[in-house]
Design a protein around this ligand. Structure first.
Ligand code: NAP
Length: 317
């Protein structure tokens, strides 16, 4: 086992790094400058059979070409939009992800973002922390109710369904847009995102990122959601046309936004920093100790299954 080399693309989770190090010869891509990485690959590409990727750093065609012995890419994420799947198919490289174990956390965070945005929790917290409560009155700064608001969900998959279930507990009527109608619920189905946005007060983006869903939330969708509408994005930054989101917020055409994912992470448009109706998170949908541990264990089990020629637990390819 020690002769198998594993390239980890990004510092995702210390427990995973340690577990990989215990089993394989581990190479850490993020610690290297480009020329150092090239040198490392010249020396070690023959032994690197696995890449452990994540939502932040996947693997592109160029890197795959530099790894002729690559057999498997195991991503520490559900989304695999940063992995060149076509190239993996072409080179007969397996791909695994970490579905299901992340669902509850991401849905929890989506609801937390809706509550924080509507109830201005971060603004209230800042008011107390800055010592402003002692010298000023906050009572005129009223917030908005979450319970009972109509919720629209883009992508009623694992995470979208978990958001819907939570929203139901808040007495929110739920509707959704996906490529196909789901028959296992009574939520209202819209055949397009504009109609969904026009008929809900809070729009959650929870679909996977593909060529079709890139910029699925554009100016027209934001205008349909409207000046009292709230956008919550826990999908991927590229689902939302960020420059349009910024202008909609600055011009008061959108009521507010709670965002965990951005177009050019870790860069966030600084025009958003001064807005009270916006909550900004550094892509932490799955970042609980419990879920990261489960994701790490799934990555390890997929690698072990692969190198023992067993069935993969959560194959994408
Ligand atoms: P999933 O079960 O595969 O659900 C994806 C949903 O996207 C499906 O309901 C699918 O519905 C919908 N979809 C795909 N293409 C679409 C299109 N063209 N138009 C409308 N809907 C479309 O995946 P999941 O586990 O719920 O995860 C969803 C995404 O959440 C991931 O891909 C990832 O990008 C993101 N995520 C973010 C975080 C975070 O930290 N913020 C963490 C985990 C996951 P149909 O097939 O019916 O269209």
């Amino acid at each position: 086992m020690n002769q198998i080399g594993v390239l980890m693309t990004y510092p995702m989770f210390t427990h995973l790094e340690k577990e990989l190090e215990n089993r394989y010869k581990l190479f850490r891509q993020w610690t290297l400058q480009e020329h150092e990485l090239e040198h490392l690959l010249e020396q070690n590409a023959h032994m690197i059979k696995a890449v452990v990727a994540c939502a932040e750093v996947g693997i592109n065609k160029k890197m795959i070409n530099l790894l002729p012995r690559l057999e498997i890419v195991a991503t520490f994420s559900v989304g695999y939009d940063k992995i060149d799947l076509n190239k993996c198919i072409e080179n007969d490289i397996k791909v695994t992800n970490t579905p299901d174990v992340v669902t509850e956390d991401v849905a929890d965070l989506a609801i937390a973002l809706a509550l924080s945005t509507l109830r201005k929790i971060c603004v209230c917290d800042g008011f107390v922390r800055k010592g402003l409560w002692k010298i000023g009155d906050f009572s005129s700064n009223v917030s908005f109710k979450f319970t009972g608001k109509s919720v629209g969900i883009v992508g009623l998959g694992r995470i979208g369904s978990a958001i819907a279930k939570r929203a139901e507990a808040f007495n929110c009527p739920v509707s959704y847009y996906s490529r196909s109608r789901k028959l296992n619920n009574n939520y209202k189905y819209y055949t397009n995102i504009i109609d969904l946005a026009a008929n809900c007060q809070i729009l959650f983006v929870a679909c996977s990122l593909t060529e079709e869903t890139r910029y699925i939330v554009n100016r027209d969708v934001l205008n349909a959601l409207g000046r009292e509408g709230i956008l919550i994005n826990i999908g991927r930054g590229l689902h939302v046309e960020e420059s349009e989101l910024v202008s909609a917020l600055l011009e008061g055409r959108l009521g507010g936004a709670g965002i965990d994912v951005f177009e050019n992470e870790p860069d966030v448009p600084d025009q958003l920093f001064g807005l009270d109706n916006v909550v900004l998170l550094p892509h932490v949908g799955t970042s609980t100790m419990e879920t990261c541990t489960e994701m790490a264990n799934l990555v390890i089990k997929n690698l072990e299954a692969h190198f023992k020629n067993g069935p993969l637990l959560t194959p994408v390819l």
